[in-house]
Design a protein around this ligand. Structure first.
Ligand SMILES: Nc1ncnc2c1ncn2[C@@H]1O[C@H](COP(=O)(O)OP(=O)(O)OP(=O)(O)O)[C@@H](O)[C@H]1O
Length: 588
């Protein structure tokens, strides 16, 4: 199979022959408990049975399993495997020291994902790190196991992220994945506003093909959404995050795994994923089925076509109401064929919804050949719908790395966008300041000692903030321990010059700057956090900040910070240019 090279000359993990290598003791609940010597009550494979309390001297501690094999990835009974029962050679089991860790590339509710290079092969991976204590405390051990099992079952298909290794150390569990460098589908939808129908057809077809395969393997994802769809070097989709999956068949024979995905039986339901893609049957306390994934697929298709998911409201309860009343509107400029397809997917009763096969045969996909060739054709250039004048924007994070032998056409170096706010890479116009609302006159006086000449307050609010060392390899380790550090409320000022200040006022009424956030830092990344609409991260190579604003969504803040970056950069460039001009004038 192909082995590819990236720009740095490193091999990428994608498409290499490596099989999943696994520390088979990985997720033994007893092992986790023993190592942590934690006083948690742990559920075994059936959480409804009495919880097992284990410590190193527990008489319940299991004997090593003679049947443990490399493919026996999930201990089916509590403690089916122990370190001594490893089927894989200890040499095959990876360790943290085998990798050099890079940037944080994503965060989930239970994990942090970092880029990493295997030191011996120079191959690049994405490593998902899960804090054992947190997993145990939140009773998620079973879901971690299911994620691993599901990933194993669907590993043959190109539409899914590939799991190469799993291992653990005293604090953490590690999943080593192929690295999807081009980020989340959601970012592209948000940047473009909406995709044109050719793009929706292509990306919809890739997703449909993947979902279809997943279902034939007995896996129901249950948390499909644009954040869980990544784009690889070739701009093809990779579905991730099987932490909520349900597996109906395990390695050939039908076997129902426990199905207590966190939908409560009362009406105060809590979801692991965002509520917007949840199907009506799940809201009606019915089990999720393959049709529930089809519903989510319909929502994603709708979002690619229109820019927004079909059911959006101010809070979860209202979203649920809209879903249960099938209250959505298709914009008039969506084609009749696309509208027809969405209307036939977004149907309340799962048995009346189109199946994946019926969707494949719908006229919307008439131009698509659903076979292996689908994954070999070059993706269309991503374009927004209905835009005549588009802006060509190079987005460093999104520019695929050279992989040597792939089709050049498949790697767009620019992305067409309709830009609402300038990003650091967008040519900015020559307004160098943000507006200051007239009602902020009092604020400008109150905080004048932290402001520069002619600078005013553009936005002031209280945010919950925590900060931690940046994402260097050693720092990353320290970062894990600070993952759950408490955030402190801080006064945040965005100035008209684009400066972002964390400030305080002493008892004598004197304002001081506690910290100025480095909005112009080289390597700055500002991104949201999965499953938390109100949290966002500012990340630099040396330091990162996590913010939470219960009032405003993270997306608003991300736009504002991007704007602040543009403005400060433009302001600086302008000042340098003016300075050079004045020097030139004075010399001549
Ligand atoms: N293989 C990968 N390549 C690049 N980025 C990745 C990869 N895997 C995960 N990510 C990034 O990390 C984020 C978190 O990953 P993931 O969804 O697997 O975590 P999680 O803890 O299971 O999340 P959740 O809170 O939804 O359960 C993703 O949204 C994505 O942005």
């Amino acid at each position: 199979m192909r082995k590819s090279q990236n720009l740095k000359g490193n091999s990428t993990s994608e498409d290499t022959e490596t099989e999943l290598q696994d520390d088979s003791s990985f997720f033994s609940v007893e092992e986790l408990n023993r190592r942590l010597n934690a006083p948690y009550a742990l559920a075994g494979s059936d959480p409804k049975k009495s919880p097992i309390l284990l410590d190193s001297s527990s008489p319940n501690e299991p004997k090593s399993s003679p049947n443990a094999t490399k493919t026996n990835l999930v201990p089916k009974t509590a403690g089916a495997s122990r370190p001594s029962s490893r089927a894989t050679s200890p040499n095959n089991i990876k360790r943290v020291s085998d990798f050099s860790f890079g940037e944080i590339i994503g965060e989930g509710s239970y994990s942090t994902v970092l880029s990493a290079t295997e030191i011996s092969t120079k191959r690049e991976y994405a490593i998902k790190v899960l804090d054992k204590r947190h997993i145990i405390k939140e009773k998620k051990v079973k879901y971690v196991n299911i994620e691993k099992e599901a990933l194993y079952l669907i590993s043959k298909h190109p539409g899914f992220i590939r799991l190469f290794y799993t291992f653990q150390d005293a604090q953490n569990l590690y999943f080593v994945f192929s690295l999807a460098r081009n980020g989340e589908l959601l970012d592209y939808i948000n940047k473009l506003g909406r995709f044109n129908e050719a793009c929706v057809q292509y990306y919809g077809a890739l997703l449909l093909d993947s979902i279809d395969f997943m279902h034939t393997q007995g896996v129901i994802h249950r948390d499909l959404k644009p954040e869980n769809i990544l784009l690889d070097d070739n701009m093809r989709t990779k579905i991730i995050d099987f932490g909520s999956a349900k597996i109906q068949k395990v390695t050939g024979k039908t076997e129902s795994l426990p199905d207590d995905f966190p939908v409560n039986n009362n009406h105060s339901r809590s979801f692991v994923g965002t509520a917007r893609y949840v199907s009506p049957e799940v809201l009606n306390d019915k089990n999720a089925s393959t049709a529930s994934d089809v519903w989510a697929f319909g929502c994603i298709l709708f979002q690619m076509l229109t820019g927004k998911p079909p059911f959006v409201a101010g809070n979860e309860y209202l979203v649920f109401q809209k879903i249960l009343h099938l209250s959505y509107e298709i914009p008039v400029d969506v084609s009749d064929t696309a509208s027809d397809l969405m209307k036939k997917i977004l149907i309340l009763h799962p048995s009346e919804r189109l199946t994946t096969e019926e969707i494949r045969n719908h006229p919307f996909f008439s131009a698509v050949r659903f076979d292996k060739s689908l994954w070999e054709i070059a993706p269309p250039r991503l374009k927004p719908a209905g835009h005549t004048s588009t802006l060509s924007l190079s987005v460093p994070n999104f520019v695929p790395k050279s992989t040597g032998d792939i089709n050049e056409q498949a790697r767009p170096s620019t992305l067409s966008v309709s830009s609402a706010y300038p990003t650091p890479n967008t040519p900015v116009n020559t307004t160098f300041s943000l507006p200051s609302p007239p009602e902020y006159e009092e604020m400008n006086k109150r905080w004048h000692s932290v402001l520069l000449e002619d600078e005013k307050v553009s936005k002031i609010t209280i945010l919950n903030v925590s900060s931690f060392p940046g994402s260097g390899s050693h720092e990353a380790v320290r970062f894990f321990s600070s993952l759950f550090r408490k955030k402190k409320p801080r006064t945040f000022i965005l100035t008209t010059f684009g400066r972002c200040l964390l400030v305080s006022m002493n008892s004598g009424g004197r304002a001081t700057i506690k910290e100025e956030l480095p909005v112009k830092s080289v390597g700055l990344r500002v991104h949201s956090v999965k499953n938390s609409d109100h949290t966002w991260i500012m990340e630099t190579p040396t330091r990162s900040w996590s913010f939470e604003d219960p009032r405003e969504p993270a997306s608003t803040w991300i736009e504002l910070i991007n704007r602040a970056t543009s403005i400060t950069t433009a302001f600086e460039n302008h000042s340098v240019t003016s300075f050079c001009r004045s020097i030139a004038r004075s010399i001549s």
